[in-house]
Design a protein around this ligand. Sequence first.
Ligand SMILES: CCCCC/C=C\CCCC/C=C/C(=O)SCCNC(=O)CCNC(=O)[C@H](O)C(C)(C)COP(=O)(O)OP(=O)(O)OC[C@H]1O[C@@H](n2cnc3c(N)ncnc32)[C@H](O)[C@@H]1OP(=O)(O)O
Length: 243
Amino acid sequence: MKMRNPPVNSLSLEFLTELLISLEKLENDKTFRGIIITSDCPGIFSAGLDLLEMYGRDPAHCAEYWKAVQELWLRVYLSNLVVIGAINGISPAGGCLLSLSCDYRVLANNPKYAIGLNETLLGIIAPFWFKDVLVNTIGHRAAERALQLGFLFPPSDALQVGIVDQVVPEDQVQSTARSVMAQWLAIPDHARQLTKNLVRKPTADRLLQQRDADIQNFVRFISRDSIQKSLHVYLEKLKQKKG
Ligand SMILES: CCCCC/C=C\CCCC/C=C/C(=O)SCCNC(=O)CCNC(=O)[C@H](O)C(C)(C)COP(=O)(O)OP(=O)(O)OC[C@H]1O[C@@H](n2cnc3c(N)ncnc32)[C@H](O)[C@@H]1OP(=O)(O)O
């Protein structure tokens, strides 16, 4: 699955909906046993959640958006398919969550391709289920530092901390992802799927048990004047960077 939402593969409501529909189709087609998620935007896996879906929007829109974010996460995280991330670009925040929700992550060795939950740098916070997935992946102490400081790990650090499973030369990302897929597909589906569910269900259940409350928390938080100001400042910084 090649993500194509130029210029930066931001996860807009429309794009999330497209991804959800595509994933559902693949899940329902029994001829598919695995997917490799990668990007068609040069140098960018995904810029994460679309800031324009959270800035200057009314509460109803924010609620609809957050529901779609939850939905995509649950679908990828709990997918019965083998999901491999072929991460061929930078993947901050929501892009990192998407990567972390794969079963295996291969990152291209380019110092610009940083990965991490950088929410605090935007003046916002990673929701508890983003945090849970990071803690599950790199451990409590490393996650505590990474989340507070908004670390974006370059490939060598990402491998060292375990946020990705493998770092390979850029031209080998897709072929490595395919070899990894072959290994994973060698395992009988029912055994692998039940095991995946056993490991991941408790984390997903934490959100499933309080989805509506999570949406309300998000809407309340994102609607605060101080948070809207932080988003404004961050968006202006992105604009000014262009010069
Ligand atoms: C108490 C309860 C709490 C509950 C929960 C509360 C809080 C909410 C949690 C929300 C979690 C948030 C998760 C996220 O994912 S936030 C997004 C994080 N993403 C980033 O920080 C990345 C920002 N972008 C960049 O750093 C760069 O754009 C880049 C990806 C490195 C690419 O750089 P470059 O190739 O130089 O492109 P430009 O910077 O020039 O960007 C091109 C245009 O794209 C716009 N852009 C970039 N990123 C985003 C984005 N994430 N959303 C929307 N738009 C984006 C950028 O502004 C440019 O637009 P322009 O052409 O119109 O100027």
